[in-house]
Design a protein around this ligand. Sequence first.
Ligand SMILES: [Zn+2]
Length: 355
Amino acid sequence: MDVNLTELEKRFLSELEVIESIGALELLEADYLGKKWKLKAILWGIKDMSIEEKKQIGVKANELKNSFTDFLVSKKEALKKALIEKRVQEESIDVTLSYSSKMRGHKHPISHTTELLEDIFISLGFKIEDGPQIEDERHNFDMLNIPDNHPARDVWDTFWISDEINNHKNPGEKLLLRTHTSPVQIRTMLSQDLPIKVIVPWRVFRYEQEDARHTCNFYQLEGLVVGEGVTFWDLKWTLDTVMKELLGKKTELRFRPSIFPFTEPSAEVDVSCQICGGTGRVWDRRCSMCSGTGWVELLGAGMVHPKVLEGCGIDPMKYSGFAFGMGIDRIAAQRFWVSSSRMFYQSKLKMNEQF
Ligand SMILES: [Zn+2]
Protein backbone atom coordinates (compact mmCIF):
# COMPACT_ATOMS: atom_id res chain seq x y z
CA MET A 1 0.00 0.00 0.00
CA ASP A 2 3.00 2.23 0.67
CA VAL A 3 3.89 1.78 -2.95
CA ASN A 4 0.43 2.89 -4.07
CA LEU A 5 0.72 6.10 -2.06
CA THR A 6 4.14 6.85 -3.52
CA GLU A 7 2.82 6.17 -7.03
CA LEU A 8 -0.16 8.43 -6.36
CA GLU A 9 2.10 11.28 -5.19
CA LYS A 10 4.29 10.90 -8.28
CA ARG A 11 1.31 10.97 -10.59
CA PHE A 12 -0.16 13.98 -8.80
CA LEU A 13 3.09 15.95 -9.06
CA SER A 14 3.59 15.13 -12.76
CA GLU A 15 -0.02 16.16 -13.56
CA LEU A 16 0.35 19.31 -11.45
CA GLU A 17 3.52 20.36 -13.26
CA VAL A 18 1.89 20.61 -16.72
CA ILE A 19 -1.16 22.55 -15.56
CA GLU A 20 -1.32 26.09 -16.99
CA SER A 21 -4.73 27.40 -15.98
CA ILE A 22 -6.77 27.85 -12.80
CA GLY A 23 -9.64 25.85 -14.38
CA ALA A 24 -7.44 22.81 -15.01
CA LEU A 25 -6.05 23.11 -11.47
CA GLU A 26 -9.55 23.00 -10.01
CA LEU A 27 -10.27 19.82 -11.99
CA LEU A 28 -7.10 18.23 -10.62
CA GLU A 29 -8.08 19.23 -7.09
CA ALA A 30 -11.51 17.66 -7.52
CA ASP A 31 -9.90 14.54 -8.96
CA TYR A 32 -7.52 13.98 -6.05
CA LEU A 33 -9.25 15.55 -3.09
CA GLY A 34 -12.93 15.76 -4.14
CA LYS A 35 -15.81 13.41 -3.39
CA LYS A 36 -14.39 10.68 -5.57
CA TRP A 37 -10.82 11.48 -4.69
CA LYS A 38 -8.14 8.98 -5.63
CA LEU A 39 -6.71 9.00 -2.13
CA LYS A 40 -10.04 7.87 -0.75
CA ALA A 41 -10.07 4.89 -3.15
CA ILE A 42 -6.78 3.75 -1.73
CA LEU A 43 -8.07 4.06 1.80
CA TRP A 44 -11.03 1.79 0.87
CA GLY A 45 -8.44 -0.90 0.07
CA ILE A 46 -7.05 -1.03 3.59
CA LYS A 47 -10.17 -2.45 5.20
CA ASP A 48 -8.66 -5.97 5.32
CA MET A 49 -5.42 -4.85 6.97
CA SER A 50 -4.48 -5.14 10.60
CA ILE A 51 -5.28 -2.26 12.91
CA GLU A 52 -1.59 -1.31 13.16
CA GLU A 53 -1.23 -1.22 9.33
CA LYS A 54 -4.47 0.72 8.98
CA LYS A 55 -3.13 3.28 11.44
CA GLN A 56 0.15 3.67 9.55
CA ILE A 57 -1.48 4.01 6.14
CA GLY A 58 -4.10 6.36 7.54
CA VAL A 59 -1.47 8.71 8.97
CA LYS A 60 0.52 8.66 5.71
CA ALA A 61 -2.62 9.20 3.61
CA ASN A 62 -3.52 12.19 5.77
CA GLU A 63 -0.01 13.63 5.39
CA LEU A 64 -0.31 13.16 1.63
CA LYS A 65 -3.66 14.91 1.58
CA ASN A 66 -2.16 17.89 3.41
CA SER A 67 0.81 17.88 1.09
CA PHE A 68 -1.50 17.85 -2.00
CA THR A 69 -3.45 20.77 -0.53
CA ASP A 70 -0.23 22.77 -0.01
CA PHE A 71 0.94 22.04 -3.57
CA LEU A 72 -2.44 23.09 -4.99
CA VAL A 73 -2.47 26.37 -3.02
CA SER A 74 1.09 27.31 -4.13
CA LYS A 75 0.31 26.39 -7.75
CA LYS A 76 -2.84 28.51 -7.66
CA GLU A 77 -0.87 31.51 -6.35
CA ALA A 78 1.80 31.02 -9.03
CA LEU A 79 -0.85 30.82 -11.79
CA LYS A 80 -2.60 33.98 -10.53
CA LYS A 81 0.71 35.87 -10.41
CA ALA A 82 1.59 34.75 -13.94
CA LEU A 83 -1.84 35.84 -15.15
CA ILE A 84 -1.43 39.34 -13.66
CA GLU A 85 2.08 39.68 -15.10
CA LYS A 86 0.80 38.64 -18.53
CA ARG A 87 -2.03 41.17 -18.36
CA VAL A 88 0.31 43.95 -17.21
CA GLN A 89 2.61 43.11 -20.09
CA GLU A 90 -0.21 43.13 -22.63
CA GLU A 91 -2.01 46.23 -21.33
CA SER A 92 0.94 48.44 -20.49
CA ILE A 93 1.33 51.84 -22.17
CA ASP A 94 4.70 52.89 -23.39
CA VAL A 95 4.97 56.40 -21.97
CA THR A 96 8.30 56.93 -23.70
CA LEU A 97 6.68 56.64 -27.12
CA SER A 98 7.25 59.86 -29.03
CA TYR A 99 4.31 61.83 -30.46
CA SER A 100 3.87 64.81 -32.66
CA SER A 101 3.89 68.04 -30.64
CA LYS A 102 1.50 69.50 -33.23
CA MET A 103 -1.26 67.32 -31.74
CA ARG A 104 -0.88 68.87 -28.29
CA GLY A 105 -3.90 70.87 -27.18
CA HIS A 106 -3.96 74.11 -25.22
CA LYS A 107 -6.36 76.38 -23.42
CA HIS A 108 -8.87 78.43 -25.37
CA PRO A 109 -8.14 82.19 -25.17
CA ILE A 110 -11.40 82.71 -23.24
CA SER A 111 -10.49 80.07 -20.60
CA HIS A 112 -7.00 81.53 -20.38
CA THR A 113 -8.34 85.06 -19.89
CA THR A 114 -10.94 83.91 -17.33
CA GLU A 115 -8.29 82.16 -15.24
CA LEU A 116 -6.04 85.20 -15.39
CA LEU A 117 -8.90 87.48 -14.29
CA GLU A 118 -9.76 85.08 -11.46
CA ASP A 119 -6.13 85.14 -10.26
CA ILE A 120 -6.05 88.96 -10.26
CA PHE A 121 -9.35 89.25 -8.36
CA ILE A 122 -8.38 86.53 -5.88
CA SER A 123 -5.16 88.49 -5.17
CA LEU A 124 -7.43 91.44 -4.27
CA GLY A 125 -9.40 89.32 -1.80
CA PHE A 126 -12.39 88.32 -3.98
CA LYS A 127 -14.08 84.90 -3.78
CA ILE A 128 -15.45 83.07 -6.85
CA GLU A 129 -19.20 82.31 -6.96
CA ASP A 130 -21.27 80.38 -9.50
CA GLY A 131 -24.97 80.05 -10.33
CA PRO A 132 -27.39 78.36 -12.76
CA GLN A 133 -27.26 79.18 -16.49
CA ILE A 134 -30.99 78.43 -16.75
CA GLU A 135 -32.40 81.10 -14.47
CA ASP A 136 -35.85 82.18 -13.35
CA GLU A 137 -37.33 85.56 -14.21
CA ARG A 138 -37.29 86.65 -10.55
CA HIS A 139 -33.50 86.39 -10.11
CA ASN A 140 -32.60 87.47 -13.67
CA PHE A 141 -34.90 90.53 -13.81
CA ASP A 142 -37.38 91.24 -10.99
CA MET A 143 -35.00 91.32 -8.02
CA LEU A 144 -32.52 93.39 -10.04
CA ASN A 145 -35.08 96.19 -10.19
CA ILE A 146 -36.21 95.23 -13.71
CA PRO A 147 -39.90 94.32 -13.26
CA ASP A 148 -42.08 93.09 -16.12
CA ASN A 149 -42.89 95.89 -18.64
CA HIS A 150 -39.83 97.87 -17.50
CA PRO A 151 -38.32 99.45 -20.64
CA ALA A 152 -34.88 98.19 -19.62
CA ARG A 153 -36.00 94.63 -20.41
CA ASP A 154 -35.85 95.55 -24.09
CA VAL A 155 -32.06 95.92 -23.74
CA TRP A 156 -31.74 92.24 -22.99
CA ASP A 157 -33.00 90.19 -25.93
CA THR A 158 -33.73 87.00 -24.13
CA PHE A 159 -33.96 83.27 -24.90
CA TRP A 160 -37.04 82.16 -22.96
CA ILE A 161 -37.57 78.47 -22.13
CA SER A 162 -40.92 77.52 -23.63
CA ASP A 163 -43.56 76.00 -21.37
CA GLU A 164 -43.63 72.82 -23.50
CA ILE A 165 -40.06 71.88 -22.53
CA ASN A 166 -40.08 73.43 -19.06
CA ASN A 167 -41.21 70.34 -17.12
CA HIS A 168 -40.19 71.72 -13.73
CA LYS A 169 -42.04 74.99 -14.02
CA ASN A 170 -43.48 76.29 -10.78
CA PRO A 171 -46.87 78.02 -11.18
CA GLY A 172 -46.30 81.45 -12.73
CA GLU A 173 -42.53 81.02 -13.01
CA LYS A 174 -40.85 81.77 -16.32
CA LEU A 175 -37.41 80.32 -17.09
CA LEU A 176 -34.78 81.72 -19.43
CA LEU A 177 -31.12 81.39 -20.38
CA ARG A 178 -29.54 83.96 -18.08
CA THR A 179 -28.84 87.22 -19.89
CA HIS A 180 -26.13 88.26 -17.44
CA THR A 181 -24.28 86.91 -14.41
CA SER A 182 -26.07 89.45 -12.17
CA PRO A 183 -28.67 86.95 -10.81
CA VAL A 184 -25.76 85.39 -8.88
CA GLN A 185 -25.40 88.76 -7.07
CA ILE A 186 -28.95 88.28 -5.78
CA ARG A 187 -28.36 84.64 -4.83
CA THR A 188 -25.17 85.66 -2.99
CA MET A 189 -26.77 88.55 -1.09
CA LEU A 190 -29.70 86.32 -0.07
CA SER A 191 -27.49 83.50 1.18
CA GLN A 192 -24.30 85.06 2.56
CA ASP A 193 -23.39 87.31 5.47
CA LEU A 194 -21.83 90.75 4.96
CA PRO A 195 -19.29 91.87 3.96
CA ILE A 196 -19.52 90.33 0.47
CA LYS A 197 -16.65 90.47 -2.02
CA VAL A 198 -17.21 88.08 -4.92
CA ILE A 199 -16.71 87.63 -8.65
CA VAL A 200 -18.96 85.51 -10.87
CA PRO A 201 -17.34 84.44 -14.11
CA TRP A 202 -18.88 82.40 -16.99
CA ARG A 203 -21.47 81.99 -19.66
CA VAL A 204 -24.48 84.16 -20.57
CA PHE A 205 -26.87 84.32 -23.53
CA ARG A 206 -28.55 87.05 -25.57
CA TYR A 207 -30.67 86.92 -28.69
CA GLU A 208 -28.23 89.19 -30.54
CA GLN A 209 -27.61 90.19 -34.11
CA GLU A 210 -24.01 88.96 -34.45
CA ASP A 211 -21.21 91.33 -35.41
CA ALA A 212 -17.54 91.90 -34.46
CA ARG A 213 -18.46 92.67 -30.83
CA HIS A 214 -21.75 90.79 -30.32
CA THR A 215 -22.51 87.06 -30.20
CA CYS A 216 -25.59 85.27 -28.83
CA ASN A 217 -23.42 83.26 -26.44
CA PHE A 218 -20.63 84.98 -24.58
CA TYR A 219 -18.75 85.10 -21.29
CA GLN A 220 -19.09 87.67 -18.54
CA LEU A 221 -17.36 88.35 -15.27
CA GLU A 222 -19.49 89.98 -12.62
CA GLY A 223 -18.16 91.57 -9.45
CA LEU A 224 -19.97 92.53 -6.26
CA VAL A 225 -18.72 94.20 -3.09
CA VAL A 226 -21.16 95.03 -0.28
CA GLY A 227 -20.32 96.24 3.20
CA GLU A 228 -20.09 99.33 5.37
CA GLY A 229 -18.51 102.42 3.78
CA VAL A 230 -18.06 101.03 0.24
CA THR A 231 -17.74 103.96 -2.20
CA PHE A 232 -17.54 104.73 -5.92
CA TRP A 233 -13.83 105.45 -5.37
CA ASP A 234 -13.34 101.80 -4.33
CA LEU A 235 -14.99 100.75 -7.60
CA LYS A 236 -12.73 102.99 -9.70
CA TRP A 237 -9.58 101.85 -7.90
CA THR A 238 -10.53 98.16 -8.27
CA LEU A 239 -11.26 98.37 -12.01
CA ASP A 240 -8.20 100.52 -12.73
CA THR A 241 -5.93 98.10 -10.83
CA VAL A 242 -7.40 95.02 -12.54
CA MET A 243 -7.28 96.45 -16.09
CA LYS A 244 -3.69 97.70 -15.75
CA GLU A 245 -2.65 94.31 -14.37
CA LEU A 246 -4.47 92.54 -17.19
CA LEU A 247 -3.73 94.68 -20.24
CA GLY A 248 -0.63 96.65 -19.26
CA LYS A 249 0.30 99.67 -17.16
CA LYS A 250 -0.40 102.11 -20.03
CA THR A 251 -4.04 101.05 -20.28
CA GLU A 252 -6.42 103.93 -19.67
CA LEU A 253 -9.96 103.75 -18.35
CA ARG A 254 -12.82 106.06 -19.24
CA PHE A 255 -15.97 106.28 -17.12
CA ARG A 256 -19.12 107.52 -18.88
CA PRO A 257 -22.41 108.19 -17.06
CA SER A 258 -24.99 105.55 -17.83
CA ILE A 259 -28.25 104.06 -16.61
CA PHE A 260 -28.74 100.53 -15.28
CA PRO A 261 -31.82 99.61 -13.23
CA PHE A 262 -29.74 97.76 -10.62
CA THR A 263 -27.08 100.44 -9.96
CA GLU A 264 -27.25 104.13 -9.04
CA PRO A 265 -25.14 105.99 -10.07
CA SER A 266 -24.09 103.89 -13.06
CA ALA A 267 -21.25 104.08 -15.55
CA GLU A 268 -20.07 102.50 -18.77
CA VAL A 269 -16.34 101.87 -18.55
CA ASP A 270 -14.17 101.92 -21.66
CA VAL A 271 -10.52 100.94 -21.97
CA SER A 272 -8.08 102.29 -24.52
CA CYS A 273 -8.15 99.92 -27.54
CA GLN A 274 -5.19 97.53 -27.47
CA ILE A 275 -5.59 96.63 -31.17
CA CYS A 276 -4.98 100.16 -32.52
CA GLY A 277 -3.26 101.60 -29.42
CA GLY A 278 -6.12 104.07 -28.99
CA THR A 279 -5.57 105.65 -32.41
CA GLY A 280 -8.69 104.19 -34.01
CA ARG A 281 -6.75 102.99 -37.06
CA VAL A 282 -4.92 99.77 -37.98
CA TRP A 283 -2.53 100.41 -40.89
CA ASP A 284 -4.64 102.56 -43.16
CA ARG A 285 -7.96 101.19 -42.14
CA ARG A 286 -10.45 101.96 -39.43
CA CYS A 287 -10.04 99.63 -36.41
CA SER A 288 -13.03 97.26 -36.40
CA MET A 289 -12.68 96.41 -32.70
CA CYS A 290 -13.23 99.99 -31.50
CA SER A 291 -15.06 101.21 -34.64
CA GLY A 292 -12.30 103.80 -35.04
CA THR A 293 -12.99 105.47 -31.67
CA GLY A 294 -9.84 104.30 -29.87
CA TRP A 295 -11.99 103.08 -26.94
CA VAL A 296 -13.61 99.72 -26.31
CA GLU A 297 -16.54 99.39 -23.97
CA LEU A 298 -15.61 96.57 -21.62
CA LEU A 299 -17.65 97.14 -18.52
CA GLY A 300 -20.86 98.30 -16.99
CA ALA A 301 -20.55 99.34 -13.36
CA GLY A 302 -22.08 101.35 -10.54
CA MET A 303 -23.17 101.49 -6.92
CA VAL A 304 -25.74 98.78 -6.08
CA HIS A 305 -29.25 100.32 -6.17
CA PRO A 306 -30.80 100.71 -2.67
CA LYS A 307 -33.92 98.85 -3.89
CA VAL A 308 -31.79 95.81 -4.83
CA LEU A 309 -30.11 95.82 -1.41
CA GLU A 310 -33.46 96.20 0.31
CA GLY A 311 -34.96 93.32 -1.72
CA CYS A 312 -32.18 91.08 -0.40
CA GLY A 313 -32.77 92.13 3.22
CA ILE A 314 -29.77 94.51 3.44
CA ASP A 315 -30.32 97.95 5.03
CA PRO A 316 -29.26 100.54 2.39
CA MET A 317 -28.99 103.22 5.09
CA LYS A 318 -26.21 101.24 6.78
CA TYR A 319 -24.57 99.34 3.95
CA SER A 320 -23.52 100.16 0.39
CA GLY A 321 -21.90 98.27 -2.43
CA PHE A 322 -20.59 98.39 -5.96
CA ALA A 323 -21.05 96.00 -8.84
CA PHE A 324 -19.57 95.62 -12.30
CA GLY A 325 -19.88 93.27 -15.25
CA MET A 326 -17.33 92.79 -17.99
CA GLY A 327 -17.27 90.82 -21.24
CA ILE A 328 -14.50 88.21 -21.03
CA ASP A 329 -14.67 87.72 -24.83
CA ARG A 330 -13.90 91.37 -25.49
CA ILE A 331 -11.06 91.34 -22.96
CA ALA A 332 -9.65 88.18 -24.57
CA ALA A 333 -9.91 89.89 -27.99
CA GLN A 334 -7.98 92.86 -26.61
CA ARG A 335 -5.32 90.68 -24.99
CA PHE A 336 -4.77 88.44 -28.01
CA TRP A 337 -5.28 91.14 -30.62
CA VAL A 338 -8.24 89.41 -32.22
CA SER A 339 -10.22 91.90 -34.27
CA SER A 340 -13.60 90.16 -33.77
CA SER A 341 -14.62 88.25 -30.63
CA ARG A 342 -17.03 86.25 -32.83
CA MET A 343 -13.96 84.40 -34.14
CA PHE A 344 -13.57 82.65 -30.76
CA TYR A 345 -16.68 80.57 -31.51
CA GLN A 346 -16.02 79.65 -35.13
CA SER A 347 -13.78 76.64 -34.32
CA LYS A 348 -11.34 77.57 -37.04
CA LEU A 349 -8.07 75.76 -36.31
CA LYS A 350 -6.12 78.30 -38.35
CA MET A 351 -7.20 80.93 -35.82
CA ASN A 352 -7.17 78.82 -32.62
CA GLU A 353 -3.69 77.39 -33.24
CA GLN A 354 -2.15 80.86 -33.00
CA PHE A 355 -2.56 80.91 -29.20
ZN1 LIG B 1 -9.12 100.03 -31.96
